[in-house]
Design a protein around this ligand. Structure first.
Ligand SMILES: CC(C)(COP(=O)(O)OP(=O)(O)OC[C@H]1O[C@@H](n2cnc3c(N)ncnc32)[C@H](O)[C@@H]1OP(=O)(O)O)[C@@H](O)C(=O)NCCC(=O)NCCS
Length: 224
């Protein structure tokens, strides 16, 4: 069921971002099992949305990411996080124009539990922010997470995003929008307040037609 679409993307040049310890690259079809193993962990799932730990969800996330990579106008990046020293896939991240704020790009990340606490989340977030502002030229970056997700909140702060005021009602409404009863916070960074972190060693440049300041299709990965 997935092969025809996969072959249709074979000629697309793979998108990459390189940081001191990580390679952020387009997801490949064969990544889904490794991604699913990381996402299926109950400690990881605690911070994800309902249904995101399923095999079906992961297959779709990988598939849709591949389809976006092949589009003439690119509005979504679903990337694998590869540890450069050993080539191990340690997580995934997203950068997309989808979501509630059409003028900005949404960022998100998920690392396997074994890889938490080594600064990889921060390195990923800084790379996405620097690429989105520095190369794509978006006007605002934002990310959402559950109130209790201290790790993700801290990662966003370290990447320069700040908590944006929201009423408690709005926090719950944000969670409910994704079918979750927990309140959800929003962090953002405006382009004029951005200072490059220097973490991005190289990038593949701006994909043809990349357009992250417009709204795009509904994302397969709403909270990462
Ligand atoms: C959130 C996540 C990406 C953090 O990645 P990480 O690589 O472990 O984060 P870092 O090592 O870069 O840590 C950044 C900071 O957050 C802190 N931190 C990380 N996880 C934490 C936790 N669970 N509780 C408290 N602080 C935490 C670190 O101590 C560090 O702070 P410091 O520099 O002030 O000491 C990772 O825990 C994860 O994948 N969680 C599950 C999925 C998830 O929550 N995704 C985000 C959904 S919105």
């Amino acid at each position: 069921m997935y092969f025809p679409r996969f072959y249709a993307t074979m000629n697309v040049q793979m998108f990459t971002l390189t940081t001191p310890r990580l390679l952020l690259r387009d997801l490949r079809l064969e990544d889904w099992e490794a991604v699913h193993r990381l996402h299926a962990d109950s400690d990881v799932q605690r911070y994800m949305l309902p249904g995101q730990g399923t095999e079906r969800y992961t297959r779709r996330f990988v598939q849709v990411s591949i389809e976006h990579a092949a589009q003439a106008v690119r509005t979504f990046f679903g990337l694998a996080l590869i540890r450069r020293e050993d080539g191990v896939l340690i997580g995934t991240c997203v950068l997309g124009a989808t979501g509630i704020r059409r003028q900005g790009a949404r960022v998100g990340w998920t690392l396997g539990k074994a890889y938490w606490g080594h600064g990889y989340g921060t390195e990923t977030a800084k790379a996405l922010v620097d690429y989105a502002f520095g190369t794509l030229g978006v006007t605002q970056i934002y990310g959402e997470c559950f109130t209790g997700n201290i790790g993700s909140r801290r990662v966003m702060e370290k990447a320069g995003l700040t908590l944006r005021p929201r009423s408690l009602w709005a926090e719950y409404a944000a969670g409910l929008r994704y079918g979750d009863l927990r309140p959800m916070l929003i962090y953002a960074l405006d382009r004029r307040a951005w200072k490059p972190s220097g973490v991005l060693l190289s990038d593949s440049g701006k994909p043809p037609g990349a357009r992250l300041s417009d709204s795009g299709k509904a994302s397969p990965d709403q909270v990462q």
